[in-house]
Write a protein that binds this ligand. Structure first.
Ligand SMILES: *[C@@H]1O[C@H](CO)[C@@H](O)[C@H](O)[C@H]1NC(C)=O
Ligand SMILES: *[C@@H]1O[C@H](CO)[C@@H](O)[C@H](O)[C@H]1NC(C)=O
Ligand SMILES: *[C@@H]1O[C@H](CO)[C@@H](O)[C@H](O)[C@H]1NC(C)=O
Ligand SMILES: *[C@@H]1O[C@H](CO)[C@@H](O)[C@H](O)[C@H]1NC(C)=O
Ligand SMILES: *[C@@H]1O[C@H](CO)[C@@H](O)[C@H](O)[C@H]1NC(C)=O
Ligand SMILES: *[C@@H]1O[C@H](CO)[C@@H](O)[C@H](O)[C@H]1NC(C)=O
Ligand SMILES: *[C@@H]1O[C@H](CO)[C@@H](O)[C@H](O)[C@H]1NC(C)=O
Length: 474
């Protein structure tokens, strides 16, 4: 057992530690400041619904004994939340300092003094609350982001409290004893409350999915492959970013190369996607047998100069109409290798290898194989982001076509190769380019809208730098 573990461990380590990220995301200081503003705005609108735990204790009245008290049913009635000062804490996470928070709370009070019970309502104003906190960012074994509070201190400038109801006219003389007690209770409760809410966030993160289905056939695996890297001016997250077929988890025969995101301090967020991520998607489709289609003459537009009949194909294969006069044909077209994208500066190249197996369709609909054509094609394109849409253009670099096998004897393929090139340039690419010119909208994430986005194709990866606009309703 021990030996087995020793054998397996290095392999596991190689799998988890050796893999380069397919997707990297960097949050800049500009993004952090915007995030803090959005967070503060949201908190300002939500804080009045936050339940406040009951506060209880006792106040000593010297020789007169002590009064037990409880403050309950507290509600925030007004808050003025200043913008927190946030920043990256190098090697750790994020630090946030808040000062000058004022808050007004109303609730019920109850006291218990010897046999006297009393109660009523109160209004409490807490002035100049300040907190200093540092949250550490990390990752767990499953690749979730993790958060923990590593530092918190709090202060309260002053409070004002007024009690109503009960025998409060007697009570009023004791307020001076209550005030310091309640002020220190509030101050002591701030950090535990903060830590509790960080633990809630941690629980939420630990329960998040790291794999998402994106199409009926594809899912993307997005665990963190290393803990977040926090520097003085940014925070980098490295995700696996690998697509799989939903049914089978096959690793492609290629791996992700390392890449370095360019520094983009003028934007809130930078995102880099390696060609590996895109190619893992084409591999998943390919290995799932998705890149194949059967083409019959019904699918060919009537105006096409070539039809899928032995008569029409006689122009290229003279012996075909002699052996199979006046018959319909079927072409089984399939990728023979994974279609691969490669990213070069300002250039995305797509390489395709496909075969077309030709059949003659007999009267009784059985298929007779006649020949197989092999083609390699290479396309290249330029892409950009404009008005929140991915736009671009694609062109054919070259295409080759050769005869792979034949049951009807050999024939020349030069004209067929020419016709294929024509079909690409005249029929296929103009349609694709029309779509690319109109643009493909970027996927929105929740209430986040991407603005001022910029895309740059680099060697091995594509980098997107963008600002975000979060819309939220009160
Ligand atoms: C983090 O991302 C920035 C881009 O914003 C980049 O300049 C920096 O090199 C990255 N750091 C690491 C350790 O990858
Ligand atoms: C296409 O036709 C071939 C030959 O009959 C068959 O084996 C294959 O399953 C068909 N493929 C599709 C996608 O219809
Ligand atoms: C279909 O017809 C051809 C001859 O026309 C014959 O060779 C073949 O066996 C037939 N196939 C079936 C399934 O009947
Ligand atoms: C396609 O490319 C492969 C290697 O990538 C080569 O072996 C094959 O001969 C090429 N076929 C054609 C039709 O050019
Ligand atoms: C494209 O043409 C070049 C030579 O012009 C050749 O080296 C390359 O293999 C061709 N690519 C394909 C996909 O056939
Ligand atoms: C992209 O690069 C390929 C290979 O270097 C080249 O053949 C092609 O012309 C380039 N395309 C564009 C649009 O620059
Ligand atoms: C952000 O969105 C709001 C509407 O939700 C809009 O008024 C504002 O102009 C947008 N800001 C930018 C920079 O696009």
């Amino acid at each position: 057992m021990m030996y087995l573990t020793l054998l397996i461990l290095p392999c596991l380590a190689a799998v988890t530690l050796g893999s380069n990220p397919g997707i990297q995301v960097a949050l800049t200081n500009k993004g952090l400041q915007y995030g803090a503003r959005v967070g503060a705005d949201l908190l300002q609108t939500k804080i009045t619904t936050v339940p406040i735990p009951q506060v209880s204790g006792s106040v000593s009245l010297g020789p007169l004994g002590s009064v037990q008290y409880a403050l309950s049913e507290m509600k925030v009635v007004k808050v003025n939340l200043p913008l927190p000062t946030v920043g990256f804490s190098e090697g750790t996470g994020v630090k946030a300092d808040l000062s000058g928070l004022n808050i007004a709370v109303s609730g019920r009070w109850n006291t218990h003094y010897h046999i006297i019970r009393d109660g009523g309502t109160f209004d409490l104003a807490v002035f100049r609350i300040g907190t200093d906190s540092v949250v550490k960012l990390g990752s767990d074994s499953k690749g979730h982001l993790s958060v923990s509070s590593v530092q918190c201190s709090s202060s309260v400038g002053d409070i004002q409290i007024s009690f109503h109801g009960g025998a409060s006219f007697i009570f009023k003389s004791f307020v001076k004893y209550f005030k310091p007690e309640i002020q220190s209770k509030i101050q002591q409760n701030i950090c535990p409350l903060f830590e509790e809410s960080i633990q809630d966030v941690e629980k939420y993160l630990a329960g998040m999915k790291v794999s998402f289905q994106v199409t009926p056939t594809l899912l993307i695996d997005m665990p963190l492959v290393s803990p977040p890297m926090v520097q003085t001016s940014n925070l980098n997250l490295s995700f696996k970013g690998e697509f799989y077929d939903v049914k089978k988890h096959t690793e492609p025969p290629f791996v992700a190369d390392p890449f370095q995101l360019p520094q983009q301090d003028g934007f809130m967020v930078s995102l880099g996607m390696s060609e590996f991520t895109l190619n893992s998607a084409t591999f998943a489709y390919f290995s799932g047998g998705k890149f194949q289609i059967n083409i019959t003459d019904k699918m060919i537009p009537p105006e096409s100069p070539i039809h899928l009949t032995t008569t029409s194909f006689g122009a290229f294969v003279p012996q075909l109409p002699q052996m199979y006069p006046n018959m319909q044909m079927l072409f089984h077209v399939y990728a023979t290798e994974t279609p691969m994208f490669s990213f070069l500066p300002d250039n995305v190249t797509l390489s395709l290898s496909a075969s077309a197996k030709a059949y003659v369709i007999e009267q009784n609909s059985s298929l007779v194989p006649v020949f197989r054509l092999d083609t390699n094609a290479s396309f290249s394109g330029r892409f950009l982001l404009e008005g929140g849409k991915l736009k671009g253009s694609l062109m054919l670099n070259n295409v080759t076509l050769t005869l792979g096998a034949s049951e009807v004897g050999t024939f020349q393929t030069g004209t067929l190769q020419y016709m294929l090139r024509m079909a690409m340039n005249v029929a296929v690419l103009p349609k694709v380019n029309e779509k690319l010119k109109a643009g493909i909208p970027l996927p929105a994430i929740g209430h986040v809208q991407w603005v001022n986005s910029m895309l740059k194709v680099k060697k091995g990866f594509v980098a997107v730098a963008t600002d975000a606009n979060v819309s939220y309703e009160g």
